[in-house]
Design a protein around this ligand. Sequence first.
Ligand SMILES: [Zn+2]
Length: 389
Amino acid sequence: MKTSLKTDITVKDICAGFVYNELEGKGLFGLSGKLTIQPEYQRNYIYAADGGKKEVAVIDSILKGYPIGLIYFNKVAEDKLEVLDGQQRITSIGRFITGKFAIKDANNMEQYFSGMAQDKQRKILQTQLLIYECEGTESEIKEWFKTINIAGVPLNDQELLNAVYSGRFVTLAKAEFSNSQNANNQKRSAYIKGSPNRQDYLQCALNWVSRGNISDYMSLHRNDDTINELKTYFDSVLDWASGVFRDVKKEMCGLEWGRLYETYHNTAYDPEQVAAEVQALYHDPYIKSRKGIFEYILGGATDHKLLDVRVFDEATKKKVYAAQTKQAEAKGESNCPLCVLGHDANKNKLWKLTEMDADHVTAWTKGGATVAENCQILCKTHNRAKGNR
Ligand SMILES: [Zn+2]
C-alpha cells in the first residue's frame, strides 16, 4: 500500500461541492466532486446525534486552532478519492459551512456560518487538514480499514461486515434497514433494540434470515441484485409477532423474535386469548421476568423458568424449616414431608436446612402465593422431583 501525506488541502477545498443527503443521513461529495465522503462501506453520519455535541466540537476545535486529527483518503482512480477515515469530521465541517447547524458564540448566541464575522469564516475556510492519501488493492485497504478506529466511535461489528462485504447487496440492504427516515422504523423499534443508523436493524434482519450466520450470508449474497429474501423473512417475523401479540409491550423489544418465529410460527394461536394471558401475567406480582412472558405463552404456558417466579426469602425458609423440624422431631419422623411417605431409611431422616429447598404447597401456576402459609420445605431430591412434574 502506498501512502502520501498532504498538508495543503483546506476546509474550503474539501467543502467545494459538498452535498449532505438528509434522507440517507450522509455527506456525499467534496473536493469539487473528486471526493466521495461516505462510500457504501462507511457508516452513516452519527455526529449529529446527542444534540450534535460532536459536530459542534469539530467546529470549536477548528476555531481554536486545535488539530482535528488525521484524515485518510483512498485513491481509487486518477482524480477519484474516497474517505476511509474522517468522514464524520468532514461531514460535520460541510454541514456547518452549508448552514445545517449552528454553534454558540462567546455570548451564548446561536451562530450559523453565514452569520459569522468574515475573519472567522476565513479562519475556518483556510484551515489546512492533515490528510493521508493511500493507494492499494481493495483487500489491502479493507484489511487496514478493519484495524482503524474512527475518532472516538469505533466501528461496530455490523459496520465492519458492511465494509468487508461492500457491494450491491449491502447498498440495497442499507437503503431498507439503515435509513432513519424509513416509515416502518416505528413498528420495528417496538421489537428491535438500537438504531437504524448504527446498523442494528440490518444486523437483526441478517441475523434472523441467516439463523445467526451473518457473515456467511453476506458473503453468499454479496453480488445479489435484490434483498427480497432478507426483506420478506424480516417482514414475516414482525408480522407474525404483531399478529400473535396484539398489544405492544416494552418488554417485547429486543427479544429473539427470529428464533421464536422459527420455533412457533406453525402453531396456531388465538390473539384474543393470548392478549388476555399476557394481561393476567403482567398483573401477577410473583413474576419477576416480564420478558419471559411471551415465550412462556408461545410454548403453551409450561416452562415456568422463563418467568423467574419470585421465590421464598431466607427468613420465611428458616421459619418454616424450624416449625417443620420441631414437629418432625416430636413424631420421630423426617422433616421432609415427602420422605415420611417413603419406605426407605430417609423416612426418619432429619435434613439440615442446607440440604432442603422451599416449595409452594399450592403451585404458583394454580394461584399459590409466595407466602409462609403456602411454603413447605422439602429435601433437595423431592423438591427437584416435584419441580419437574
Ligand atoms: Zn424428601
